[in-house]
Every structure is written in C-alpha cells, then in structure tokens.
Design a protein around this ligand. Structure first.
Ligand code: F6R
Length: 244
C-alpha cells in the first residue's frame, strides 16, 4: 500500500526496469504482459521518462497486451492499439515486431485460430515474465468477466453491462460501446512468473477487498490471484481502505 498512485507507479516502474536490465545483462528477452485503462497510465509515463532521461532501453522487450475491443480498428480513437502506442510503444525504442495487441479487425471465423496462435507465441518465448493488470469493478482481469474459469483460454468474450457502462464515457454512450472483446485467458495470466495488479481510488476498495480477502471464486476472477505464488496488489490508500 502506497501513499498515492504516483509513488506506487514509480515503484512498479523501477521493478520493471530492473527486470528489463537484468534480462539485458543475460542477453535474454524480457516478456511483459500489459494492460490498458486508467490504472497503468502513471506506470507507462514513468517508463517513458526512464527511457528518455535514464537511457532505459526496450530493445530486448517483447510485449503482449491483455485485450482489445471487438470489433475495433487499430487507428480508432478508442482502440487499445492507439492507447498503447501513444502512452508507451511509440515513446520508447521497442521494435515494432516485438509488441502484440489482440487484433480487433479479424472476421469471426478467424478469431479462434488467432487466439490459439497468440498463446503459442507466448509459450514459445517461455511465458510472460511479468504481467501488469488492472481490475474491473466486477473483479475482471483482462476482460475475463465474472464467471470466467481459472483455466480459460484466450478468446472472444461478451462484456458485462458494468464493464460497458464504465467504458461508455469513452464511446459517447452505451449504444456505441462494443459488446465483445478479445482477451487473454485467465490461464495464461496465472502462468505469468510475476503478476502486479494496480488499483487506485475509493471506487476500487470493495472489489479489492473481495479479491484479496474474500473467497476464491470465478464470480470474482481477480480472486484467483490468491492462488498465484508471486502476485501482488499495488494499491493507494483509498483502494486499500477496506482491507482488514
Ligand atoms: C484493460 C483491462 C481491464 C482494466 C480494468 C480496469 O486492458 O484489461 O481489465 O484493467 O477494467 O480499468 P481502469 O484501470 O480503467 O480502472
């Protein structure tokens, strides 16, 4: 629990930078799983600052984003491709072939094979070294909504009403908000060697409590992280305020 989201984001950026540098020393790739949304914005800003001011290089970094709305054009204002490029990928020296974000332009028939390939690519690289997560008001991780199974695969999912309501401010209304998305499955998230979930603000306090201290249940997918050997919740005071 940190004083505020800024100090927390800096601490997480330092952990990620240390991992990237130690992989560089070993001449290995660093495989990062990344989230979008408001929670990791401060983290990405700090990583960009470290790149620009401290020479942190992303040349050995390979990233896999958790999710993308479906359907979604990459250059659309609300696409996660655009979000990632603007906030991180275009601001650092990562090689364009080294970032992966689920493709929102596929035909329905192509999705299943695409998702299997997304997972195979992660496996071929030896899995995700460090996975960054946010948490939805319903306890979703990625877009693994309430009811997602612990062994769920990367797939097309229907978004919960609560998720769509949260997103609707970006899409100027619920009727314009996508109903589906492609998400990395819970299984690949749980296989990551390290998981860091970020949550800020009073609005997340109830779901943080349910996820960290409640029953492990697929009704609250973030609660699965209680069974991960190396997962942490990084919180500000407000998000932590209901913890016992
Ligand atoms: C985004 C994602 C979602 C968000 C979650 C929290 O890639 O996978 O699970 O992390 O909805 O969103 P914010 O951070 O906007 O509160």
């Amino acid at each position: 629990v940190f004083e505020n989201s800024k100090t927390a984001s800096i601490a997480v950026a330092q952990e990620i930078a240390a991992l990237i540098r130690s992989k560089q020393e070993q001449q290995q790739s660093c495989i990062l799983g990344l989230a979008t949304g408001s929670s990791p914005k401060g983290l990405y800003a700090e990583l960009v600052r470290m790149h620009k001011e401290e020479g942190l290089s992303f040349k050995n970094v390979i990233t896999f984003n958790l999710d993308e709305y479906y359907p979604m054009e990459p250059d659309s204002i609300n696409s996660y491709v655009r979000f990632m490029k603007e906030l991180l990928l275009d601001q650092v020296d990562i090689l364009p072939e080294n970032y992966n974000i689920p493709d929102g332009t596929l035909s329905k028939e192509e999705i299943q094979a695409y998702c299997a390939n997304y997972e195979e690519k992660i496996e071929a690289l030896g899995g995700i070294d460090l996975q960054v997560l946010g948490i939805g008001g319903n306890g979703h991780i990625g877009f693994n909504e309430s009811g997602s199974l612990q062994n769920s695969k990367t797939r097309l999912v229907a978004l919960d009403h609560i998720t769509r309501v949260a997103a609707s401010k970006d899409f100027s209304g619920l009727s314009n908000t996508p109903r589906t998305a492609i998400t990395l499955g819970v299984k690949k998230i749980m296989e990551a060697k390290r998981v860091i979930l970020l949550a800020w603000g009073e609005g997340k306090s109830n779901i943080v409590k349910a996820s960290a201290e409640g029953t492990v249940t697929n009704l609250v997918p973030a609660s699965f992280l209680q069974e991960h050997d190396n997962a942490v919740f990084i919180l500000d005071q407000e998000a932590a305020s209901k913890l016992t």
